[in-house]
Ligand binder design. Structure first.
Ligand code: NAD
Length: 279
């Protein structure tokens, strides 16, 4: 779904070398033709934005975001930012949450949904690296979704874990299962690496973060891509198993095809007032 006539001012909470940079470059290059205007860009280290974002678009203090009018705020940095600013963002703008692992906190999840309803804003959850998210959502909404399992396998350099479980990896070690459990349990352990699972848990609302199961696997053979496997179970023997090979640079949290997926989600952002929208 492409938006061709809406004027959306977009703010990006950005990183310099990955998703944020990609989105900023695309908006600056293609935004005019699509009616997208960049309102501001924020990074916790503003020096990283110098030379790549026009000076007048660099926001130094995220707390002053409301000084810049924008219709959609895009977060592509860390669930902490969703926690700290999500409610404020929703009081002024629609909000695209690039780090949906933030929703694994039931209290924050409830507050964000309430704020979206109260202010008639939309919470957008990009599909990111999830294949078939809208099919999962439809199965869920019809009451037919019985189980959902997602396995994410990456080179160990691509993981950002809160514990030190991977501190001893060696290039020869091959495959190692790091964690298996509910997505609710996995999100705090790997907040930057399980956002695809989190997006799936949002789509599978009847199972929720506690009901959707996940596994993260370190595999030194995966130097060029991440692998995302999704197993969906429905009634009467219905099942779907997808395997996505997502080309990725060594050490990258995000597969390169996911950048374009984020961009396509951004283009969907208009007028779904006050509900969660997987795009
Ligand atoms: N929904 C999905 O399927 C999906 C897929 C891939 C990535 N993601 C998520 O999108 C986000 C961005 O991905 P990326 O590849 O650009 O990540 P990245 O690690 O390359 O960049 C993250 C940026 O956020 C900044 N950052 C990290 N922690 C921060 C904090 N606590 N406060 C402020 N800034 C912080 C970093 O300095 C960096 O600039 C990540 O949360 C990632 O997990 C989601």
């Amino acid at each position: 779904m492409f938006i061709t006539c809406v004027c959306v001012c977009v703010c990006v909470c950005v990183c310099v070398f990955a998703s944020g940079q990609y989105l900023v470059e695309r908006i600056l290059k293609d935004g005019d033709a699509l009616g997208l205007t960049l309102a501001f860009v924020w990074n916790r280290n503003p020096d990283k934005l110098k030379g790549f974002v026009p000076d007048e678009l660099i926001l130094l203090d995220l707390s002053s975001f409301a000084d810049r009018r924008c219709d959609v705020i895009v977060e592509v940095c860390h669930p902490h930012i969703v926690k700290e600013f999500g409610l404020h963002f929703l009081s002024r703008s629609h909000f695209l949450v690039g780090s949906p692992s933030a929703f694994s906190d039931p209290d924050l999840n409830q507050k964000l949904h309430r704020a979206a309803r109260q202010h008639s804003r939309t919470l957008y959850v990009p599909s990111g690296a999830l294949w078939g998210g809208q099919d999962i959502q439809r199965l869920n909404d019809s009451g037919a979704l019985k189980a959902l399992f997602i396995r994410m396998s990456k080179h160990p350099s691509c993981f950002r874990l809160t514990g030190d479980v991977l501190s001893d990896w060696t290039e020869q070690e091959g495959r190692r299962v790091l964690f298996r459990g509910s997505v609710a349990e996995l999100c705090p352990l790997a907040p930057n690496n399980v956002n695809t699972m989190a997006a799936a848990a949002v789509a599978a609302g009847t199972l929720g973060f506690a009901g959707v199961q996940g596994e993260i696997v370190s595999d030194t053979a995966l130097r060029d891509y991440h692998v995302v496997e999704v197993e969906v179970t429905g009634p009467n023997g219905f099942s779907v198993h997808t395997v996505r090979r997502n080309p990725a640079k060594l050490g990258a949290v995000t597969g390169s095809a996911t950048y374009n997926s984020f961009w396509n989600s951004l283009l969907v952002c208009k007028g779904h007032g006050g509900r969660v929208y997987l795009c």
